[in-house]
Design a protein around this ligand. Structure first.
Ligand SMILES: Cc1cc2nc3c(=O)[nH]c(=O)nc-3n(C[C@H](O)[C@H](O)[C@H](O)COP(=O)(O)OP(=O)(O)OC[C@H]3O[C@@H](n4cnc5c(N)ncnc54)[C@H](O)[C@@H]3O)c2cc1C
Length: 412
């Protein structure tokens, strides 16, 4: 029986959530062995700056690390530079890509996902890049220079953030998005339209409702043929079309997966001592019960803390309100809570041209909010909107829509 073994926790994935889980395990007093397995060299780190100030060179890669080498050592972790390639849920063992076999009493999948490849010819050519990790950012960064031409495939957060970073560095930027609006269904059209107008005003050559057909090498770089008949010329093509969550090892071990590794509110899979957290986990919302998979910094942070407690034998439920942001130029977008769980949508046009959108349930409880505006100007209101969601505050649509209503007053 595994319960008679000395407790030993194995974490598959040494990224953001894996790193935070190790810290939380020791913080909560776990004294057993921890194996942290991940294929990226270096220390666990946070990724958001990779498309923003760490891409433009305003921030160093080292500053992204969750901890320094000394701090990791102090956590007394067995760090394996490898991938978990298989687990045996009966024997409680994991096999690593370097041939090592490890025993565990409980295991966490915190292995995120891989950049989704572009399924067209030419996508394998040198200069066709993606952005998921530090190594990818090091390949992309030299293209962000005055006069270089970057073609971006995908008008989601990463594509748009790279577009903004590339314009800041003086690149000529084209961006191709298959849908008629930017940022998909994650944000309302009203906000997507504002972002679109900003990118156009900052000189991005935008192609909406258009798909890339094929990429070819030319004497001077790459060409991207588009479905609207236009051919883009570029020095590099950045593909930002989402990730494929790393469900394969779990699935092969008989663990239930759908759009991610399926977990319950305790982040536990259908195999009791196996958990999943972060980008790879598909979990039930504490608001609506809907199954969610979130690719956000805050989700990695807060699920790590819940996973740590449950890996140690706890039964803590994950009920953190979700939240994410995106920085584009000097503007910021934020989405809090679960907009899809709302039945009413209330738009609040601020006097300065920024905008907030609230989502309320049938009882006017605020279940979601989002906003877009000049970062320095809207920051305070975005934070208040997030707090309103977290507290499940209620307000009438009239009050919420009125820019004269102080959001702070609604907290009471
Ligand atoms: C460029 C970029 C910008 C972002 N910007 C924002 C932002 O502005 N706001 C926001 O909220 N979120 C942002 N995010 C999302 C956020 O970074 C992720 O949600 C977060 O990193 C998820 O953490 P994770 O630990 O689940 O996955 P990861 O941090 O990806 O870590 C997973 C690790 O597991 C490793 N791995 C994979 N397979 C295996 C295996 N079989 N065995 C062992 N290890 C394995 C991977 O190599 C990786 O190191 C951004 C992400 C990127 C890439």
């Amino acid at each position: 029986m595994h319960s008679s073994r000395a407790p030993s926790i194995l974490i598959a994935g040494a990224g953001h959530c894996g790193g935070r889980t190790v810290q939380a395990l020791r913080e909560y007093g776990f004294a057993g062995r921890i194996d942290l397995v991940g294929d990226e060299p270096g220390l666990p780190y946070e990724r958001p700056p990779l498309s923003k100030d760490a891409l433009t060179g305003e921030r160093t890669h080292a500053s992204l690390d969750l901890m320094d080498a000394e701090a990791l050592q102090a956590l007394d972790v067995q760090r394996h530079l490898a991938r978990v390639t298989a687990i045996d849920t009966q024997a409680h063992t994991a096999t690593l890509s370097n041939g090592t076999a490890l025993a565990y009493t409980s295991l966490l999948f915190a292995n995120g996902g891989a950049a989704r490849p572009l399924p067209i010819s030419g996508a394998q050519l040198p200069g066709v890049l993606s952005l998921r990790n530090k190594a990818d950012a090091l390949v992309l960064a030299p293209y962000l220079a005055q006069g270089k031409r970057i073609a971006i495939i995908g008008g989601g957060f990463i594509g748009l953030e790279v577009a903004a970073s590339a314009r800041k560095k003086g690149c000529e930027v084209s961006l191709v998005e298959g849908a008629p609006q930017l940022m998909g269904r994650a944000v309302p059209k009203l906000l997507a339209d504002r972002a679109q107008a900003l990118h156009v005003a900052r000189g991005v050559d935008l192609h909406l409702g258009v798909s890339p057909l094929h990429i070819a090498q030319t004497p001077t770089g790459l060409s991207v043929a588009l479905s609207n008949g236009i051919t883009l010329q570029a020095d590099a093509v950045l593909v930002g079309i989402g990730i494929i969550p790393g469900t394969d090892v779990a699935q092969a071990a008989g663990i239930a997966v759908a759009r991610g590794i399926l977990v319950n509110r305790q982040l536990q899979t259908n195999v009791p001592n196996v958990y999943a957290a972060g980008d790879v986990a598909e979990f039930p919302s504490h608001i609506s019960g809907a199954l969610l998979r979130q690719e956000t910094w805050q989700n990695a942070e807060s699920q790590a803390r819940v996973a740590a407690q449950n890996l140690m034998g706890g039964a803590v439920e994950f009920a953190a309100s979700s939240w994410f942001w995106s920085d584009q130029y000097d503007y910021q977008l934020q989405v809090s809570g679960e907009p899809a769980a709302g039945v009413h949508t209330v738009v609040r046009e601020q006097e300065d041209g920024d905008v907030l959108v609230f989502y309320t349930d049938a009882a006017h409880r605020i279940v979601g909010a989002c906003g877009w505006g000049l970062s320095s100007r809207i920051a305070k209101d975005l934070k208040l909107a997030r707090t309103l969601v977290e507290r499940g505050a209620s307000a009438s649509p009239e009050l919420l829509a009125d820019p004269a209503t102080r959001l702070k007053a609604l907290l009471k």
